[in-house]
Structure formats: C-alpha cells, structure tokens
Ligand binder design. Structure first.
Ligand code: PSU
Ligand code: MN
Length: 304
C-alpha cells in the first residue's frame, strides 16, 4: 500500500475548504541548483501564504508520499543529490523501493488530485521535444486526464512549442492566457502562438474551470502566465542559448528523463544564469496567481 503523509496545515485547510495550492518538486531536485532551489521553493510557498492560501509542496521521502513539507524535509530534498525524478509512472515503484524523489508535473497532478487539491503551480510543463518528436512528456497525457487547474508559463522553450500546442488542442485541454493572448515561451513573454482564451481575472478562470468540470469534461485547465516583464528574455536572445544546449545534448546522446534537466542546466550556464533568474521569478509569480485562483475556486465550490 502506498503511504501518504499530509502535513497538518494542509490537512486542516482541505478539511475546512480553504484554498490550497500544490507545488511540484522536480524543479527542486532537478530543475535548479542548491541553494537557489530551496530559496525558490520557500519563495513560492511564501507567495502563496501572502495571498492567504496554503502551499502543499509534494514529493516522495523514503517511499512515503508527502503533501506539504516542514523546513527539515524541504532542506533534505533540496540537498539530496540522489533524489530521483518521479513522473506518474514512477510513483508506485519509488514508494515500494523507498526512494527519495521530486515529483514532475504529471506525478504531482496525480497526487494532488487524489488529495482533493484543485490548483497547482509550476514553471513550465513538459511537452514534445525538438528533434525527438517521439519524446512526449507524460505531463501532456496527464493534463488530458486529471481535472485540476495548472498554472504555468507555457511549456519550456527548449521544446517544440507548436507541436506541444497541437497536442493540447487535440486533447481538449483549454489553454487560458492570464492577461495575455499569446502562449508564453517560459523565458519569453511571446511565442507567436495564440492561447484559446485571454482572461483578465482569477475569478473568470475559476468560473471556466468549474463550468468545464460541471459539464462533465475531465481534463485539466492550463493557465499560462507570462514571466514578469523585468525578468523576461526576448525570444531571439534566449534562442541562441537553447540552440547551443540542444546541440550539446545531441552530441552527448542525452535522452529520456535526463534530457529536460540537462537542457535547462546548459541554457542557464550559456546565458550566465540569466535564464535561471527568469525561471525563479516566474515560479514565484505563478505561485501567487495560483493562490488567487484557488481562493476564487473555493468560493464558487461552496455554492454547489
Ligand atoms: N518547470 C521548471 N523546471 C523544471 C520542470 C518544470 O521550471 O525542472 C520539470 C517539471 O517537473 C516537468 C518536467 O514535469 O520538468 C518535465 O520533464 P520531462 O520533459 O522529462 O517530462
Ligand atoms: Mn521526456
């Protein structure tokens, strides 16, 4: 049996119908280096608390699923160089084999939904890789099957964005732009690819989600938020770093679950950590907006 440990603050928030925002942890274990990973994870939690919601960072520690971490647990997972990357396919095996690991968007969505959490914030979802169109992130099919709101800055720009966008459309996943008509390209505000609908308020997002699910549709709602303007990098500038990283991955034959962490790391290094600063800023901003949406959603759900 899989053991789930829900932190008491998260448990009481869920029981009392107060807003909760789930956070993933692959960004901690594989997305950012120590100590920026820990500072960012705490920064995201703080942004959620400052918006009067409860953060629930999700990971697996010693084979036990944790929903909501205390300071020691956060420190442990942030420092753990052996932590594995846990996509939804890995949850059961990681628990049986008592692993420590960070959950990806797909892993986190599965766990959050089972715990009754309806809103989840991340940086960028996985998607279809450039030059490897067979490498489709498990994030995409999971978005088509798990009905929660996922707040992100689009898919990571290292990916094939037009192909990823098509997948979302085929799967019936509404792509909502928060104060934007264009899909953000993670580091950049613009991608040239339109979202389905532009909305201006967290309430409208909550209303769309509730209507979607009330109607019996059971996909996620993908909310895309541009990176904060002062940290955004124009597409032409970041593309140079991305091409260098893709070339290197190709030469070294890096594939599978190692590909995304490798590319993010190389882009950060090539851009003199500028891309990492953007990544950190958008993560905190997405956490804050997810909290505002979660607040509206619990209010709407009270009137069912
Ligand atoms: N967003 C970030 N940094 C990350 C990730 C997302 O800002 O490291 C992680 C997410 O956990 C996402 C995963 O689910 O990368 C995608 O990996 P893959 O392409 O192997 O599915
Ligand atoms: Mn992959």
């Amino acid at each position: 049996m899989i053991e789930i440990n829900i932190n008491p603050t998260v448990q009481s928030a869920l029981r009392e119908n107060r807003p909760v925002v789930a956070l993933e942890s692959t960004v901690i274990t594989h997305g950012l280096p120590y100590p920026q990973n820990k500072e960012t994870a705490i920064g995201m939690e703080t942004a959620i608390q400052e918006s009067a919601a409860t953060p629930a960072t999700i990971c697996i520690l010693g084979g036990v699923i944790h929903i909501g971490l205390v300071a020691d647990q956060m420190d442990f997972i942030a420092r753990s160089s052996k932590a594995i990357k846990i996509s939804r396919k890995d949850i059961a095996a990681a628990c049986v084999q008592k692993k420590n690991g960070g959950t990806t968007v797909s892993g986190t969505m599965e766990i959050a939904y089972k715990a009754g959490i309806q809103v989840f914030a991340t940086g960028g979802i996985g998607g279809i890789h450039r030059n490897h169109s067979q490498d489709v992130s498990a994030d995409l099919p999971t978005l088509s099957q798990i009905p929660i709101i996922v707040v992100c800055s689009g898919a990571k720009a290292i990916l094939d964005l037009p192909a990823t966008r098509e997948y979302l459309e085929t799967s019936g996943i509404p792509v909502i732009g928060f104060k934007t008509s264009e899909l953000p390209a993670f580091y950049s505000i613009n991608s040239g690819i339109p979202v389905d609908y532009r909305v201006e308020t967290p309430l409208e997002i909550a209303e769309i989600a509730r209507s979607h699910w009330d109607f019996g549709l059971s996909t996620a709602i993908l909310v895309t938020v541009p990176p904060p303007a002062e940290f955004a990098i124009p597409t032409e500038e970041i593309e140079a770093s991305i091409l260098v990283a893709l070339n290197e991955a190709n030469k070294k034959g890096i594939k599978g679950s190692a590909l995304t962490p490798f590319l993010l790391d190389r882009v950060s290094e090539h851009s003199q950590t500028r891309s990492m600063q953007t990544n950190i800023a958008l993560l905190k901003n997405n956490a804050r907006i997810a909290a505002l949406i979660a607040k509206e959603l619990v209010k709407l759900m009270q009137f069912i």
